[in-house]
Design a protein around this ligand. Structure first.
Ligand SMILES: Cc1cc2nc3c(=O)[nH]c(=O)nc-3n(C[C@H](O)[C@H](O)[C@H](O)COP(=O)(O)O)c2cc1C
Length: 168
């Protein structure tokens, strides 16, 4: 079984979440590749996919939305897990977005689970317009990623993948 972990990331923090998930799957002896969404043209050749995107202005990055839409047929043939990373707009750094709404671009594809992970805002990495938005909404600055939460989720995926392997 070969698994793809892929993510759309603007400043790299969502990609690092994808890397941690991939590392955890490999630790569970699952053959796993991890790629930026921009590096791949499709998901053919993979038996399962973990797909992620950073959230900007209430939605996934455009490349994540278009990839999910364009490859629905391929996604509907394999087990799919989805994650999103935020947040912004609150003093309390919790994600503001409803996972079900974010994943609507997958249409009828059966998503096994969708998790929203708290992300990272480093003002030094942001462009001018982004800094203005962050200031306007008084978004909390810092790295709020919860690696135990992320790796715990990856372990659940690994367990499910092992049980899928046993039934085929
Ligand atoms: C300009 C801007 C807009 C953002 N909008 C949202 C948002 O609407 N909802 C949310 O949960 N997080 C939002 N975020 C937080 C990002 O999703 C978070 O910083 C994430 O970790 C960035 O991932 P990346 O480093 O992979 O690009 C925003 C961040 C910036 C800088």
């Amino acid at each position: 079984m070969k698994v793809l972990v892929t993510a759309a990331s603007r400043h790299g923090s969502t990609r690092e979440i994808a890397d941690a998930i991939a590392e955890e799957l490999r630790r569970s002896t699952i053959d796993t590749e991890c790629h930026d969404l921009g590096e791949i043209t499709g998901i053919e050749g993979y038996d399962a996919v973990v797909f992620g995107s950073a959230i900007y202005m209430g939605n996934w990055l455009p490349e994540a939305r278009s990839f999910a839409e364009e490859h629905r047929d391929e996604f509907s043939k394999v087990p799919v897990w989805v994650f999103s990373s935020g947040p912004i707009g609150a003093q309390n750094p919790q994600p503001q977005n409803n996972p079900n709404v974010l994943a609507t671009t997958f249409g009828d594809v059966e998503v096994r689970d969708h998790r929203v992970f708290v992300g990272k805002i480093d003002p030094d990495e942001l462009g001018l317009a982004e800094r203005v938005v962050v200031k306007m909404v008084k978004a909390p600055e810092g790295d709020f990623r919860d690696w135990d939460d992320i790796r715990g989720w990856a372990k659940q995926i690994a367990a499910e993948l092992h049980s899928i392997e046993q039934t085929v």
